[in-house]
Structures are given as structure tokens and as C-alpha cells.
Design a protein around this ligand. Sequence first.
Ligand code: UT7
Length: 335
Amino acid sequence: MTPPAAGFGTRIVSTGSFVPEKVVTNFDLAEIMDTSDEWIQKRTGIRQRHISDQSKGEGTVSLAINAAVDAFEKSGLAPEDIDLIICATCTQEMTCPSVACRISERLGTKKAAAFDLAAACSGFLYGLNFAETLIRCGRYRTALIVGADAMSTVMDYTDRSVSILFGDASGSVVVTRDDDPARGCQYQLMGADGVGWEALYMPRREVDIPEHDRDNPIKLGMLRMNGREVFKFAVKKFQEVIEETMEQSGHSIDDLSLMICHQSNLRIIESAREKLGIEEGKVYVNIDRVGNSSAGSIGLCLDELNRAGRINEGDLVLFVAFGGGMTWASSLWRV
Ligand code: UT7
């Protein structure tokens, strides 16, 4: 729980995103595993996903840089105006240097702090909330937050229960100080419960695999997921997080202009929307075109909405995510 907004205001200067060119449809997957377009659409809402072409060197760094450059160029700012770069990801090619430092290299920022943040699908919102708080308290003026995950690089495409869900994408946002303290994040919430980590994890060593999952045929380095467990957790958590955020902020669901949530599975999003009685048109969905892109998903949605002219000054926008860890986050903005 956080106290009401104080200090400086904040505002979104620009947004950016990137999806790799290569498209993999459900029909393509049905050619390499025992699945069908009908099953995937019915259980997840996904028709297709984009994946990186690793033969061309594409991956998390290129996803992150492309989204960062997109938002940075639209911001009209100079490299020296950026004080902080946060990249949320769980699929780094290298953990040292951070992906954020590769963004810094590309943008030519010479003094901005840069680091990666690991909170799985909640990572973009963790980054946004941290950056917003640092700007609001006056410590920094301008931050670039990027969410990027090349999930295809951690997919075992012999496993139909996990690999049908994910795709690669990135999203970014430049946030800066605003003189109006009423502008920006109205309320934010971040949490984690480590007890649930075994439902979603990427082991690098045999020793890291929990006893009960030793027979799981998924290769080391690839994502393992207990879909049913994650599903149950997500349905409950989404609703709780939204209710707590609206209640603590003093706003009602009807005040919302838009809800931008992590694109995990259409059934999870729909369940929260229906239970809370949120109008269909207020909840953005792009999972049908891009799948679940982990930390890339919320920034990508934000940029698509922004480019479509659907983010207008004064709007009340709610961001919500949950992810591996298990982690969760919300961020309620007066944009
Ligand atoms: O971003 C956060 C990360 N993760 C999530 O949000 C994931 C949350 N979970 C989910 O989205 C869903 O659990 C999945 C989409 C992963 C799976 O859907 P489900 O409705 O929970 O299916 P299930 O695992 O309960 O499996 C139902 C049946 C099983 O067959 P039997 O045992 O009933 O005969 C599976 O073997 O569907 C079978 N199955 C499939 N069939 C065709 C599982 N995956 C597939 C598949 N194609 N790809």
C-alpha cells in the first residue's frame, strides 16, 4: 500500500514499442506439435505471435533497443536529459552488462543510471512505479522504462502446454516531472509471494528443479509452467489488485477511461472484467495478435493505444499485471 501522491507531478512524454517481423500462427504450431488453432483460440484467445529471428541476431537486446529508440525519438529529448533507464526483462542474453546499458550505449546517454529489473510479467509496472516515485520525490527528472522479453528464446517447442502462449515484443515509455502534483500516478501497488515460484520458472541447473518437477521433460534454460496453478492465481489476484487499487485511490471503476492489463490469457482478462463490471471497450486486448509477451506486453499496449489517439490528457488509466515469482503490480494514472 502507498500513501496518496505527493511531491512533484509526473507525465508521460512519449511511448514506443517493437514486435519482430516473423509471425507464427496457431496453424504453424499445429504442424510441429499436437495442438490446434481451435484449442489455442478457445483456451487463450491467441491467433498468432511474433518471434525473434535468432539467425539474424534478434533477441531481447534488439527488442529493447528498438522500443527505446522509438520512445526516445518521439520524446524530442536529448541523451543528457535522461536520468534513468530501467529495462524489465527475464530473458537477457547476457546478465552483464544489463540490457539497460546496451540501451544507454545506443542512445548515447553518458550519465543516466541504467539497470535491469526482474519481476517477470510484472516487470514493466515495477519499473514504471519505481521511476515514477523517484521523479515524484524530486530525485530524478526524466526516466525511460522499457519492458522487453524474447520469450521464444526460452520456449521448448516440443511442449505444447507452455509454448503456445508466448511471443516476443517490447514496449517503452518516457516519463518526466510535471509541475502539477495531481498529475501522474495516483496510486501504485506492488507485491510478491515467493511461495508460488515453482509454478513458473526457468532452471539453468538440474539442482534448481524442485523434486516434484524432476520428470518434466522441458529442457534446462527453458520456461516451465504449471498453467493451471498460474491461471487460478491470476484470476484471483487480478481482481484483488484492481479492487484494492480503486478502493485505496478513492476512485471507482466507472471513473476509469481505460484499463491496460498484462496480456496473459484472454480468459484471465475477461474474468476480471466481467467480475468487476468493467465495460468491454475500456479493457484493451491485443493478445490475439501478439500472444503473451511477458514484460513487453503492457508497454506495447500503451504504445498501440497512444498511437491510436486513445490516451488523452486527463484520462484515468489503470495498469495491472501479475507474473512469475509470483509477483503483481498496479499503477493508476491521471495521464
Ligand atoms: O504471463 C503469466 C504466465 N502464464 C499464464 O498466464 C498462464 C496461465 N495459464 C493458462 O493460460 C492456461 O492454463 C493454459 C493456456 C496454459 C492451459 O490451458 P488450460 O485450460 O489450463 O489447460 P490444461 O492445462 O488444464 O489442459 C487441459 C487439456 C489437457 O488434456 P487432458 O488432460 O484434459 O486430456 C492438456 O493435455 O488440454 C491439453 N492441452 C492441450 N491440447 C491441445 C494442453 N495444452 C494443449 C495444447 N493443445 N496446446
